[in-house]
Ligand binder design. Structure first.
Ligand code: ADP
Ligand code: ASP
Ligand code: MG
Length: 405
Protein backbone atom coordinates (compact mmCIF):
# COMPACT_ATOMS: atom_id res chain seq x y z
CA UNK A 1 0.00 0.00 0.00
CA UNK A 2 1.02 3.60 -0.51
CA UNK A 3 0.27 5.46 2.72
CA UNK A 4 0.57 9.18 3.49
CA UNK A 5 1.03 9.79 7.21
CA UNK A 6 0.85 13.31 8.62
CA UNK A 7 2.10 14.15 12.11
CA UNK A 8 1.18 17.45 13.75
CA UNK A 9 3.35 19.75 15.83
CA UNK A 10 2.75 18.16 19.23
CA UNK A 11 3.49 14.71 17.80
CA UNK A 12 7.03 15.81 16.88
CA UNK A 13 7.54 18.34 19.70
CA UNK A 14 10.79 16.91 21.11
CA UNK A 15 13.48 14.30 20.50
CA UNK A 16 11.59 11.61 22.38
CA UNK A 17 8.42 12.12 20.34
CA UNK A 18 10.37 12.27 17.08
CA UNK A 19 11.91 8.91 17.96
CA UNK A 20 8.52 7.48 18.79
CA UNK A 21 7.05 8.70 15.49
CA UNK A 22 10.11 7.39 13.62
CA UNK A 23 9.31 3.95 15.03
CA UNK A 24 5.69 4.21 13.91
CA UNK A 25 6.85 5.10 10.41
CA UNK A 26 9.42 2.31 10.25
CA UNK A 27 6.86 -0.23 11.47
CA UNK A 28 4.59 0.63 8.56
CA UNK A 29 7.53 0.51 6.12
CA UNK A 30 8.59 -2.91 7.43
CA UNK A 31 5.08 -4.20 6.73
CA UNK A 32 5.86 -3.60 3.07
CA UNK A 33 4.18 -0.23 2.56
CA UNK A 34 5.47 2.72 0.60
CA UNK A 35 5.44 5.49 3.19
CA UNK A 36 5.22 9.23 2.54
CA UNK A 37 5.30 11.33 5.72
CA UNK A 38 4.17 14.95 6.03
CA UNK A 39 5.27 16.92 9.09
CA UNK A 40 4.35 20.15 10.85
CA UNK A 41 6.80 22.35 12.70
CA UNK A 42 7.71 21.10 16.18
CA UNK A 43 5.43 22.08 19.08
CA UNK A 44 4.89 25.83 19.22
CA UNK A 45 7.62 26.65 16.71
CA UNK A 46 5.30 28.47 14.30
CA UNK A 47 3.93 30.70 17.10
CA UNK A 48 7.44 31.38 18.33
CA UNK A 49 8.59 32.39 14.86
CA UNK A 50 5.63 34.78 14.60
CA UNK A 51 6.59 36.30 17.95
CA UNK A 52 10.16 36.69 16.80
CA UNK A 53 9.01 38.50 13.67
CA UNK A 54 6.71 40.77 15.71
CA UNK A 55 9.63 41.85 17.89
CA UNK A 56 11.38 43.11 14.80
CA UNK A 57 8.52 44.32 12.64
CA UNK A 58 4.85 43.70 13.46
CA UNK A 59 3.94 44.87 9.95
CA UNK A 60 6.35 42.66 8.03
CA UNK A 61 5.23 41.65 4.55
CA UNK A 62 3.47 38.34 4.16
CA UNK A 63 6.14 37.20 1.75
CA UNK A 64 8.85 37.54 4.39
CA UNK A 65 6.60 35.96 7.03
CA UNK A 66 6.20 32.92 4.78
CA UNK A 67 9.93 32.77 4.22
CA UNK A 68 10.37 32.64 8.00
CA UNK A 69 7.49 30.34 8.96
CA UNK A 70 8.35 27.70 6.38
CA UNK A 71 11.63 27.06 8.21
CA UNK A 72 9.76 25.34 11.06
CA UNK A 73 8.63 22.47 8.87
CA UNK A 74 12.05 22.16 7.29
CA UNK A 75 13.61 21.56 10.70
CA UNK A 76 11.09 18.82 11.47
CA UNK A 77 11.64 16.84 8.28
CA UNK A 78 15.43 16.88 8.60
CA UNK A 79 15.25 15.80 12.26
CA UNK A 80 12.80 13.00 11.44
CA UNK A 81 15.01 11.76 8.60
CA UNK A 82 17.92 11.70 11.07
CA UNK A 83 15.85 9.68 13.55
CA UNK A 84 14.94 7.14 10.85
CA UNK A 85 18.57 6.94 9.73
CA UNK A 86 19.47 6.16 13.33
CA UNK A 87 17.08 3.20 13.18
CA UNK A 88 18.92 2.02 10.05
CA UNK A 89 16.30 2.60 7.36
CA UNK A 90 16.57 4.41 4.02
CA UNK A 91 14.98 7.84 4.15
CA UNK A 92 15.07 11.23 2.49
CA UNK A 93 13.56 14.55 3.53
CA UNK A 94 12.22 16.98 0.92
CA UNK A 95 10.79 20.49 1.06
CA UNK A 96 8.07 22.03 -1.12
CA UNK A 97 10.64 23.35 -3.57
CA UNK A 98 12.15 19.91 -4.09
CA UNK A 99 8.76 18.24 -4.65
CA UNK A 100 7.45 21.18 -6.68
CA UNK A 101 4.40 21.74 -4.50
CA UNK A 102 3.18 24.75 -6.44
CA UNK A 103 0.63 27.19 -5.09
CA UNK A 104 -0.89 30.53 -5.93
CA UNK A 105 0.78 33.68 -4.57
CA UNK A 106 -1.64 34.41 -1.77
CA UNK A 107 1.08 34.55 0.89
CA UNK A 108 0.07 33.23 4.34
CA UNK A 109 -3.05 31.58 2.92
CA UNK A 110 -1.95 30.08 -0.38
CA UNK A 111 -3.76 27.28 -2.20
CA UNK A 112 -1.94 24.33 -3.66
CA UNK A 113 -2.21 24.24 -7.45
CA UNK A 114 -0.25 21.12 -8.28
CA UNK A 115 2.42 18.73 -7.10
CA UNK A 116 4.96 17.18 -9.48
CA UNK A 117 5.16 13.67 -8.11
CA UNK A 118 8.15 12.45 -10.11
CA UNK A 119 10.76 13.07 -7.45
CA UNK A 120 8.63 11.44 -4.77
CA UNK A 121 7.78 8.36 -6.81
CA UNK A 122 11.46 7.97 -7.77
CA UNK A 123 12.45 8.07 -4.12
CA UNK A 124 9.74 5.54 -3.25
CA UNK A 125 10.90 3.24 -6.03
CA UNK A 126 14.40 3.48 -4.59
CA UNK A 127 12.88 2.10 -1.39
CA UNK A 128 13.18 5.34 0.53
CA UNK A 129 10.81 6.55 3.19
CA UNK A 130 9.97 10.08 2.01
CA UNK A 131 9.51 12.86 4.58
CA UNK A 132 7.94 16.06 3.22
CA UNK A 133 7.42 19.50 4.74
CA UNK A 134 3.76 20.33 5.36
CA UNK A 135 2.29 23.84 5.27
CA UNK A 136 4.48 25.20 2.47
CA UNK A 137 4.43 25.67 -1.28
CA UNK A 138 6.22 27.68 -3.94
CA UNK A 139 4.58 30.17 -6.28
CA UNK A 140 5.36 30.76 -9.93
CA UNK A 141 8.23 33.07 -9.00
CA UNK A 142 9.65 30.24 -6.86
CA UNK A 143 8.92 32.24 -3.73
CA UNK A 144 8.00 30.29 -0.61
CA UNK A 145 4.32 30.41 0.38
CA UNK A 146 2.42 28.96 3.34
CA UNK A 147 -1.05 27.46 3.29
CA UNK A 148 -2.64 29.04 6.39
CA UNK A 149 -2.45 27.90 10.02
CA UNK A 150 -3.05 24.18 10.28
CA UNK A 151 -2.21 23.82 6.59
CA UNK A 152 -0.06 20.69 6.92
CA UNK A 153 -3.23 18.61 6.87
CA UNK A 154 -3.91 20.06 3.43
CA UNK A 155 -0.39 19.23 2.24
CA UNK A 156 -0.95 15.63 3.32
CA UNK A 157 -4.33 15.25 1.65
CA UNK A 158 -3.11 16.94 -1.54
CA UNK A 159 -0.15 14.55 -1.68
CA UNK A 160 -2.42 11.57 -1.02
CA UNK A 161 -4.74 12.67 -3.84
CA UNK A 162 -1.95 13.31 -6.29
CA UNK A 163 -0.06 10.09 -5.49
CA UNK A 164 -3.31 8.06 -5.50
CA UNK A 165 -2.43 6.85 -2.03
CA UNK A 166 -4.46 4.01 -0.58
CA UNK A 167 -4.73 5.79 2.75
CA UNK A 168 -4.07 9.19 4.31
CA UNK A 169 -3.61 9.08 8.08
CA UNK A 170 -3.64 12.30 10.10
CA UNK A 171 -1.88 11.58 13.39
CA UNK A 172 -2.53 14.12 16.12
CA UNK A 173 -2.72 14.61 19.89
CA UNK A 174 -6.31 13.34 20.21
CA UNK A 175 -7.47 9.93 19.03
CA UNK A 176 -10.09 11.03 16.53
CA UNK A 177 -12.81 13.53 15.74
CA UNK A 178 -15.16 14.14 18.66
CA UNK A 179 -18.59 15.74 18.99
CA UNK A 180 -16.78 18.79 20.47
CA UNK A 181 -13.20 19.66 21.36
CA UNK A 182 -12.39 16.86 23.84
CA UNK A 183 -9.96 19.12 25.68
CA UNK A 184 -12.75 21.52 26.56
CA UNK A 185 -15.83 19.31 26.68
CA UNK A 186 -14.93 16.31 28.82
CA UNK A 187 -18.12 14.46 27.86
CA UNK A 188 -17.48 14.79 24.11
CA UNK A 189 -17.76 11.50 22.24
CA UNK A 190 -15.44 10.07 19.65
CA UNK A 191 -17.09 9.53 16.29
CA UNK A 192 -16.10 6.26 14.58
CA UNK A 193 -16.89 7.90 11.25
CA UNK A 194 -18.02 11.24 9.89
CA UNK A 195 -18.97 12.39 6.37
CA UNK A 196 -16.77 14.76 4.40
CA UNK A 197 -19.61 17.30 4.48
CA UNK A 198 -20.10 17.18 8.25
CA UNK A 199 -16.35 17.32 8.82
CA UNK A 200 -16.09 20.28 6.48
CA UNK A 201 -18.74 22.14 8.48
CA UNK A 202 -17.00 21.34 11.78
CA UNK A 203 -13.60 22.40 10.41
CA UNK A 204 -14.92 25.58 8.83
CA UNK A 205 -16.63 26.55 12.08
CA UNK A 206 -13.43 26.24 14.07
CA UNK A 207 -12.75 22.58 14.97
CA UNK A 208 -9.04 22.74 14.28
CA UNK A 209 -8.54 18.98 14.26
CA UNK A 210 -8.50 19.18 10.43
CA UNK A 211 -7.70 22.17 8.21
CA UNK A 212 -10.91 22.88 6.30
CA UNK A 213 -9.20 22.95 2.91
CA UNK A 214 -7.87 19.44 3.56
CA UNK A 215 -11.43 18.18 3.95
CA UNK A 216 -12.51 19.91 0.73
CA UNK A 217 -9.68 18.20 -1.13
CA UNK A 218 -10.39 14.85 0.48
CA UNK A 219 -14.00 15.07 -0.68
CA UNK A 220 -13.09 16.22 -4.17
CA UNK A 221 -10.57 13.41 -4.72
CA UNK A 222 -12.30 10.83 -2.53
CA UNK A 223 -9.24 10.39 -0.32
CA UNK A 224 -9.43 7.61 2.23
CA UNK A 225 -8.86 9.76 5.32
CA UNK A 226 -8.39 8.74 8.96
CA UNK A 227 -7.74 10.92 12.03
CA UNK A 228 -5.93 9.08 14.82
CA UNK A 229 -3.56 9.43 17.73
CA UNK A 230 0.21 9.50 17.37
CA UNK A 231 0.56 8.33 20.98
CA UNK A 232 -1.82 5.33 21.17
CA UNK A 233 -3.10 2.61 18.86
CA UNK A 234 -6.74 3.54 19.50
CA UNK A 235 -8.93 3.33 16.43
CA UNK A 236 -9.42 6.75 14.91
CA UNK A 237 -12.21 8.44 12.98
CA UNK A 238 -12.77 7.64 9.33
CA UNK A 239 -13.80 10.61 7.19
CA UNK A 240 -15.76 9.45 4.15
CA UNK A 241 -18.57 10.17 1.70
CA UNK A 242 -21.35 8.37 3.58
CA UNK A 243 -21.66 6.92 7.05
CA UNK A 244 -23.97 4.42 8.66
CA UNK A 245 -24.19 6.31 11.94
CA UNK A 246 -27.72 7.24 12.96
CA UNK A 247 -28.29 10.90 12.27
CA UNK A 248 -28.67 13.05 15.33
CA UNK A 249 -30.23 16.46 15.29
CA UNK A 250 -26.94 18.02 16.34
CA UNK A 251 -23.72 16.33 15.28
CA UNK A 252 -21.26 18.54 17.01
CA UNK A 253 -20.26 21.79 18.66
CA UNK A 254 -17.37 23.91 17.38
CA UNK A 255 -15.69 27.01 18.73
CA UNK A 256 -13.80 29.56 16.67
CA UNK A 257 -11.73 32.04 18.63
CA UNK A 258 -10.25 33.76 15.60
CA UNK A 259 -13.09 36.27 15.48
CA UNK A 260 -13.40 40.04 15.89
CA UNK A 261 -16.60 42.09 15.94
CA UNK A 262 -16.80 45.50 14.35
CA UNK A 263 -19.76 47.87 14.56
CA UNK A 264 -20.41 50.95 12.48
CA UNK A 265 -22.49 53.11 14.76
CA UNK A 266 -24.93 55.68 13.40
CA UNK A 267 -24.76 55.09 9.66
CA UNK A 268 -27.38 56.83 7.54
CA UNK A 269 -30.63 54.88 7.38
CA UNK A 270 -30.97 54.93 3.61
CA UNK A 271 -30.67 52.45 0.73
CA UNK A 272 -27.16 51.57 -0.49
CA UNK A 273 -25.23 51.99 2.75
CA UNK A 274 -24.65 48.27 3.30
CA UNK A 275 -23.74 47.90 -0.35
CA UNK A 276 -21.09 50.63 -0.03
CA UNK A 277 -19.72 49.14 3.18
CA UNK A 278 -19.34 45.58 1.95
CA UNK A 279 -18.01 46.68 -1.44
CA UNK A 280 -15.22 48.51 0.35
CA UNK A 281 -14.40 45.40 2.38
CA UNK A 282 -14.58 43.14 -0.63
CA UNK A 283 -12.17 45.38 -2.54
CA UNK A 284 -9.76 44.99 0.39
CA UNK A 285 -10.30 41.19 0.24
CA UNK A 286 -11.59 41.18 3.81
CA UNK A 287 -14.03 38.34 4.37
CA UNK A 288 -16.98 38.99 6.57
CA UNK A 289 -18.89 36.35 8.47
CA UNK A 290 -21.90 37.17 10.67
CA UNK A 291 -23.70 40.41 9.76
CA UNK A 292 -26.48 42.17 11.66
CA UNK A 293 -28.13 45.47 11.13
CA UNK A 294 -30.19 47.18 13.78
CA UNK A 295 -33.62 48.56 12.99
CA UNK A 296 -33.11 52.24 12.31
CA UNK A 297 -34.18 54.98 14.69
CA UNK A 298 -34.59 58.49 13.40
CA UNK A 299 -32.36 58.62 10.37
CA UNK A 300 -29.57 56.42 11.76
CA UNK A 301 -28.85 52.71 12.22
CA UNK A 302 -25.94 50.42 13.26
CA UNK A 303 -24.31 47.66 11.23
CA UNK A 304 -22.20 45.02 12.97
CA UNK A 305 -20.21 42.21 11.43
CA UNK A 306 -17.37 39.84 12.22
CA UNK A 307 -14.00 39.22 10.56
CA UNK A 308 -10.89 37.31 11.53
CA UNK A 309 -8.70 38.96 14.18
CA UNK A 310 -5.93 39.28 11.66
CA UNK A 311 -8.14 41.41 9.42
CA UNK A 312 -9.37 43.70 12.22
CA UNK A 313 -6.77 46.43 11.84
CA UNK A 314 -7.11 46.54 8.03
CA UNK A 315 -10.89 46.64 8.33
CA UNK A 316 -10.87 49.60 10.70
CA UNK A 317 -8.44 51.44 8.48
CA UNK A 318 -10.57 50.81 5.37
CA UNK A 319 -13.65 52.08 7.20
CA UNK A 320 -11.92 55.17 8.52
CA UNK A 321 -10.50 55.94 5.08
CA UNK A 322 -14.09 55.92 3.79
CA UNK A 323 -15.72 57.71 6.70
CA UNK A 324 -17.20 60.46 4.58
CA UNK A 325 -18.60 58.09 1.97
CA UNK A 326 -20.17 55.82 4.57
CA UNK A 327 -21.33 58.67 6.80
CA UNK A 328 -21.13 56.95 10.21
CA UNK A 329 -20.68 58.47 13.67
CA UNK A 330 -18.36 55.95 15.26
CA UNK A 331 -16.62 52.58 14.97
CA UNK A 332 -16.58 50.16 17.88
CA UNK A 333 -14.85 46.79 17.91
CA UNK A 334 -14.10 43.85 20.17
CA UNK A 335 -11.50 41.20 19.45
CA UNK A 336 -12.19 39.21 22.61
CA UNK A 337 -15.17 37.42 21.18
CA UNK A 338 -15.67 33.86 19.92
CA UNK A 339 -18.14 32.03 17.74
CA UNK A 340 -19.78 28.93 19.15
CA UNK A 341 -21.70 26.82 16.63
CA UNK A 342 -23.88 23.75 16.61
CA UNK A 343 -23.80 21.69 13.47
CA UNK A 344 -26.38 19.24 12.21
CA UNK A 345 -29.06 18.63 9.63
CA UNK A 346 -32.46 20.17 10.07
CA UNK A 347 -31.66 23.28 12.06
CA UNK A 348 -34.03 25.34 10.02
CA UNK A 349 -36.94 22.91 10.19
CA UNK A 350 -36.79 22.27 13.94
CA UNK A 351 -38.07 25.35 15.66
CA UNK A 352 -37.24 23.82 19.05
CA UNK A 353 -33.51 23.94 18.41
CA UNK A 354 -33.09 27.68 18.84
CA UNK A 355 -35.12 27.64 22.05
CA UNK A 356 -32.99 24.84 23.49
CA UNK A 357 -29.83 26.59 22.47
CA UNK A 358 -30.80 29.79 24.24
CA UNK A 359 -31.98 27.84 27.25
CA UNK A 360 -28.50 26.31 27.47
CA UNK A 361 -26.74 29.68 27.32
CA UNK A 362 -29.27 31.27 29.68
CA UNK A 363 -28.84 28.49 32.26
CA UNK A 364 -25.09 28.97 32.05
CA UNK A 365 -25.49 32.75 32.47
CA UNK A 366 -23.87 33.53 29.13
CA UNK A 367 -24.72 36.61 27.16
CA UNK A 368 -25.17 36.16 23.39
CA UNK A 369 -24.05 39.09 21.24
CA UNK A 370 -24.91 37.99 17.72
CA UNK A 371 -26.66 35.05 16.07
CA UNK A 372 -26.57 33.57 12.61
CA UNK A 373 -28.46 30.54 11.32
CA UNK A 374 -28.47 28.32 8.24
CA UNK A 375 -29.93 24.93 7.27
CA UNK A 376 -27.09 23.10 8.93
CA UNK A 377 -25.78 25.29 11.73
CA UNK A 378 -26.53 27.96 14.27
CA UNK A 379 -23.70 30.21 15.41
CA UNK A 380 -23.63 32.45 18.46
CA UNK A 381 -21.16 35.20 19.13
CA UNK A 382 -20.17 35.31 22.81
CA UNK A 383 -17.37 36.86 24.86
CA UNK A 384 -14.20 34.85 24.47
CA UNK A 385 -14.07 34.16 28.19
CA UNK A 386 -17.48 32.45 27.98
CA UNK A 387 -16.78 30.37 24.87
CA UNK A 388 -15.58 27.17 26.51
CA UNK A 389 -18.36 27.23 29.09
CA UNK A 390 -20.89 27.83 26.32
CA UNK A 391 -19.67 24.84 24.34
CA UNK A 392 -19.90 22.60 27.42
CA UNK A 393 -23.43 23.81 28.21
CA UNK A 394 -24.63 23.47 24.63
CA UNK A 395 -22.98 20.07 24.15
CA UNK A 396 -24.57 18.78 27.34
CA UNK A 397 -27.96 20.02 26.26
CA UNK A 398 -28.00 18.56 22.77
CA UNK A 399 -25.63 15.67 22.61
CA UNK A 400 -25.54 14.11 26.05
CA UNK A 401 -29.28 13.77 26.15
CA UNK A 402 -29.05 11.70 22.95
CA UNK A 403 -31.61 13.95 21.46
CA UNK A 404 -33.07 12.73 18.20
CA UNK A 405 -36.03 14.82 17.11
P1 ADP B 1 -1.90 19.04 15.11
O1 ADP B 1 -0.79 19.83 15.68
O2 ADP B 1 -1.70 17.55 15.24
O3 ADP B 1 -2.26 19.44 13.70
P2 ADP B 1 -4.15 20.53 16.11
O4 ADP B 1 -3.89 21.23 17.40
O5 ADP B 1 -4.13 21.32 14.85
O6 ADP B 1 -3.15 19.30 16.04
O7 ADP B 1 -5.55 19.77 16.16
C1 ADP B 1 -5.82 18.87 17.21
C2 ADP B 1 -6.64 19.58 18.28
O8 ADP B 1 -7.92 19.90 17.75
C3 ADP B 1 -6.95 18.74 19.48
O9 ADP B 1 -5.91 18.83 20.42
C4 ADP B 1 -8.25 19.33 20.00
O10 ADP B 1 -8.05 20.16 21.12
C5 ADP B 1 -8.76 20.18 18.85
N1 ADP B 1 -10.15 19.92 18.48
C6 ADP B 1 -11.09 20.88 18.28
N2 ADP B 1 -12.26 20.35 17.98
C7 ADP B 1 -12.10 19.00 17.93
C8 ADP B 1 -12.98 17.89 17.66
N3 ADP B 1 -14.25 18.08 17.35
N4 ADP B 1 -12.46 16.65 17.73
C9 ADP B 1 -11.16 16.46 18.03
N5 ADP B 1 -10.29 17.45 18.31
C10 ADP B 1 -10.74 18.72 18.26
N1 ASP C 1 3.03 24.70 11.54
C1 ASP C 1 1.83 25.25 10.95
C2 ASP C 1 0.93 25.83 12.04
O1 ASP C 1 1.29 25.81 13.21
C3 ASP C 1 1.08 24.28 10.09
C4 ASP C 1 0.47 23.10 10.79
O2 ASP C 1 0.80 22.79 11.94
O3 ASP C 1 -0.35 22.43 10.16
O4 ASP C 1 -0.10 26.35 11.74
MG1 MG D 1 -3.41 21.00 12.92
Amino acid sequence: MLIVKKFGGSSVANAERIRHVAETIVKSYKEGNQVVVVLSAQGDTTDELIEKANEINPHASKREMDMLLATGEQQSVALMAMAIQALGYPVISLNAFQCKITSNSNHSNARIKDIATERITNELENKNIVIITGFQGINRHLDVTTLGRGGSDTSAVALAAKLHADLCEIYTDVDGVYTADPRVVKTARKLPEITYDEMLEMASLGAQVLHNRSVELAKKYNVNLVVRSSMTDAEGTVVKEETKVEKMLVNGVAVDKDVARISLVGVKNEPGVAFKLFSILSKEKISVDIIIQSIGRDDRKDISFTTTREDLERTIKALEDNKERLGFNDISFNDHVAKVSIIGAGMATNSGVAAMLFEATYDAGINVNMISTSEIKISLLVDEKDADRASVAIHDKFINDDLKL
